[in-house]
Design a protein around this ligand. Structure first.
Ligand code: AKG
Length: 264
């Protein structure tokens, strides 16, 4: 796999499919654990169906993956995923969320959106977030692959979207074990699963620049046991270190017009 070519695709097109990041049997094992996480969510009173995102009950949404199983804590820091995240966002990023959407036969498309548009007001001038989509099944148009508008990472405000935006979406195709890397500015929606019996399980690892508020408040949503188990690196990527946000201050410090260090 020529990862450098994939990175160029990501930077130019806002999107790339990277096959073979997981072996097929690993993808199967993670899918089993995902279903266990879905059951555990229900058991704890966190609903997985009809939560207001999807048109019907054939989508299974699993939240709090990092709390549910160590396997997801490993996946969110997978070196290949992190390599693509830093390609787009630089090393100044935090883990914003990690969730799953299992589209079962009969599921339909949600509303078209961009993930950066959910956490940052327009204009969207730079990539400030990225999704690493883990494909746990073979994914194609029939079983509801995510549909996206090619080139839409260049859209700076919602008013630039054409009237018939939904018609301009195309599905991706990827074998189980692939990741799909999607610039947070890309407009997309879930596809309808029109297959007879094929499941489509996708995990969405969402990362954003450190100055963007994370979608998930990890302080409030991880248990003391899980917090205790985190490596220093993962704590840092979750934004759990006791340190101030000085990302932009660093730039002031080298700006010749200021001539002195800020006192923050
Ligand atoms: O499941 C999909 O294909 C897309 C899901 C999505 O875009 C979302 O949940 O925001």
């Amino acid at each position: 796999m020529d990862l450098e070519a994939k990175k160029r695709q990501l930077l130019e097109n806002g999107f790339c499919v990277v096959p073979g990041v997981l072996a097929r049997d690993e993808a199967d094992r993670i899918r089993e654990r995902l279903w266990q996480a879905a059951e555990e969510s229900e058991r704890r009173g966190v609903p997985t169906r009809q939560i207001g995102l999807d048109p019907n009950e054939h989508n299974v949404r699993v939240f709090y993956l990092l709390e549910r199983d160590a396997i997801f804590r490993e996946l969110i820091q997978h070196p290949t995923a992190i390599e693509f995240v830093t390609t787009l966002l630089t090393s100044d990023f935090l883990i914003s969320n990690f969730t799953a959407n299992i589209a079962l036969p009969g599921s339909k498309s949600m509303e078209l959106h961009s993930d950066q548009g959910i956490v940052v007001p327009e204009p969207w001038l730079q990539p400030w977030s990225v999704n690493i989509i883990w494909c746990l099944n073979d994914v194609d148009e029939e079983n509801g692959a995510t549909r996206y508008i090619p080139g839409s990472h260049k859209i700076q405000s919602a008013s630039e979207l054409p009237e018939n935006a939904a018609e301009k979406t195309v599905p991706f195709e990827a074998p189980a074990g692939s990741i799909v890397v999607m610039d947070g500015r890309v407009w997309h929606t879930s596809g309808a699963n029109v297959s007879q019996s094929r499941e489509r399980a996708l995990l969405f690892g969402y990362y954003s620049r450190s100055f963007v508020r994370q979608q998930q408040n990890w302080n409030a949503s991880l248990s003391p046991e899980t917090l205790e188990s985190l490596s220093p690196q993962l704590r840092s990527w979750l934004g759990l270190e006791p340190r101030a946000n000085v990302t932009l201050g660093a730039r002031l410090r080298i700006h010749p017009a200021h001539g002195r260090r800020p006192t923050t």
